[in-house]
Design a binder for this molecule. Structure first.
Ligand code: DON
Length: 562
């Protein structure tokens, strides 16, 4: 009795939920290597490379190309992203292959003569396309840190494109949703419609054009994409369809290496992506604030812990949207944002807050998961976290001639007009205004967490701004609430980003009482269908076992190890 009395009442209430999650959801375990992605076939491609003696970077390049074939909405060679690498020898690095605005881009390029954003112009068609970075990024990673040849790591993708793969229920749903758009372009319809109709679950989808493009890249490298026939096709198509892309955009594009953005949370070292992604900074700011609260004593999904986490999200997003932009163009005040004193003073403000004054309620939106993340560890001790994207489903929904791959609509991530909310309802500042050659601010948050100098967690997610909160909650679920990695990934999520002033929750996240308690404190809560897709690996400190967790929300994915 005495023992039970010592447990804070709120924790006691939440305890059964915690146990249930831990017991029911179990990760996949393996002793050598682990690959977790949103598409089982892509995970298989990665494991094939690892088994053949490749390292995690070889496998990451193979999975990146494979997803471009078997996850057509989101995997890509027409987009961009970030790769966080932890090498067995102790080095850490980030490959920044975020897309860039074309050199002919201008700050007001999406505004009409009245200064209004032309509807759809930032998300559809060639004007929405930023210069893709994926091929350059994968090439840089392979050349500097891989051990296999380009041909070896691209072989699985080429075979999948040439011989076809079975369309998943997820693919079929989105092929159906975009069928009328595909129908307007004969080259797109020829690939993604079957005699004019959307492909169904289980149909074999062969992508000959993409196979041809991949073979050219395998043969000639990134040069083919940026200085050869692929660049020419894209620029010609762009010219024909009102775009502004030039050959110079392609010939000057370069992926680059950056130092990871790092922070400490309860004795763990978090490595993530610095600007031009906001992911690492915003995650670290939220963690820095939450470090001042005892979340485990407050209880899992208790009103008090929810309030503290929501408020940390509010400050994180407020600062993200106010201060951050491509560091090649604007100064990002990272030291001030992440200083210990500031985190403490923000935590004090939260502690002093009883009731919230909600304001600025906007119409909510429904988010999709049109990016993709994968996590890999190998038997040598290397770890890789990759998040890359076309932005929206099928990006700008255009394919240049017979190149066979969709181009991104990443221009929508810029501040196209002050005060204007983008596709993800982010209202951002002039730090993220469009400039020629500038990278739009991202929310992608691939993360590697270290404990005592050894890899502990590798994770990330799609979901636009929800990437940051999905990663945050997964980390807290493991570190503060002691969940196994599968339970941590699958646990219901919530998200708050300030604008709109609404706390989104997944079904069954909160009890009725907790919901009412939060509403009493001034929060507006809406339930939405599940979002994001965290793909994670945890390495057991004690015995080195690799535990993989594919998000239950994406049943087509798989954690595969050996
Ligand atoms: O870089 C970003 O933040 C966005 N382009 C990511 C888009 C995304 O995650 C789409 N999935 N919902």
């Amino acid at each position: 009795m005495l023992g039970i009395r010592k447990i804070p009442p709120l924790l006691l209430l939440s305890f059964p939920l915690l146990c249930m999650a831990g017991d029911v959801h179990q990760p996949v375990s393996a002793s050598q290597g682990m690959v977790v992605s949103e598409q089982k076939i892509a995970s298989q491609a990665g494991v094939t490379i690892l088994r053949a003696g490749g390292n995690a970077i070889d496998a990451a390049v193979a999975v990146g190309y494979a997803l471009a074939v078997v996850n057509p909405c989101c995997g890509n060679i027409g987009g961009g992203g970030f790769m966080v690498i932890r090498l067995a020898d102790g080095r850490n690095t980030v490959i920044n292959f975020r897309e860039k605005a074309p050199l002919r881009a201008t700050q007001n390029m999406f505004l009409d003569k009245f200064g209004n954003v032309v509807p759809g112009s930032t998300t559809n068609g060639y004007l929405a396309v930023a210069v893709p970075g994926t091929v350059a990024g994968l090439e840089l990673a392979l050349t500097r840190y891989g051990t296999m040849t380009r041909r070896q790591v691209m072989e699985p993708a080429i075979l999948l494109a040439e011989n076809g793969y079975r369309v998943t229920a997820f693919d079929a749903r989105w092929f159906q949703a975009y069928a009328s758009t595909f129908r307007t372009q004969p080259n797109v319809a020829a690939i993604f419609l079957k005699q004019g109709k959307p492909y169904q679950t289980g149909d074999l989808l062969i992508q000959q054009d993409l196979a041809q493009t991949l073979k050219l890249i395998a043969e000639n490298g990134a040069h083919e994409f940026y200085k050869g026939s692929i660049a020419r096709h894209i620029v010609e198509s762009s010219n024909r369809h009102g775009g502004i892309l030039t050959l110079e955009d392609f010939s000057t594009y370069q992926a680059e290496e950056l130092s990871p953005l790092t922070c400490r949370y309860r004795g763990y070292d978090v490595l993530s992506v610095p600007p031009p992604s906001s992911g690492g900074v915003t995650l670290c700011e939220m963690l820095g604030i939450l470090q001042h609260f005892s979340l485990s004593n407050e209880g899992f999904r208790s009103a008090q812990s929810m309030q503290n986490i929501i408020e940390a999200m509010r400050y994180g997003f407020n600062d993200r949207n106010t201060f951050l932009g491509d560091p090649d163009f604007v100064k990002n005040p990272l030291e001030q944002m992440l200083s210990r004193a500031r985190m403490e003073s923000l935590a004090d403000k939260i502690k002093a807050t009883r009731l919230i004054q909600p304001e600025n309620i906007m119409i909510d939106f429904h988010e999709n998961t049109d990016t993709t993340h994968y996590s890999i560890v190998d038997r040598f001790g290397n770890a890789v976290a990759v998040t890359y994207t076309l932005n929206g489903f099928f990006g700008a929904k255009v394919i240049a001639d017979h190149t066979g791959f969709f181009l991104n609509d990443e221009m929508d991530d810029f501040t196209v007009k002050p005060g204007f909310a983008n596709k993800f309802e982010l209202v951002q500042s002039s730090a993220n205004a469009i400039s020629p050659g500038k990278r739009p601010l991202s929310s992608m948050t691939p993360v590697i967490v270290m404990k005592n100098g050894r890899v502990f967690l590798v994770l990330g997610s799609p979901g636009g701004p929800r990437i940051i909160t999905a990663v945050l909650l997964t980390l807290i679920n493991v570190i503060d609430y002691g969940m196994n990695i599968r339970a941590a990934v699958d646990a219901p999520r919530f998200h708050y980003q300030g604008t709109p002033d609404i706390v989104d929750i997944e079904p069954l996240t909160l009890s009725f009482l907790t919901s009412k308690a939060l509403e009493y404190r001034g929060y507006h809560i809406t339930t939405q269908s599940p979002w994001a897709a965290v793909e994670a690996v945890l390495i057991d400190k004690a015995n080195g076992m690799r535990y993989g967790a594919n998000d239950d929300r994406r049943p087509d994915g798989a954690a595969l190890g050996y």
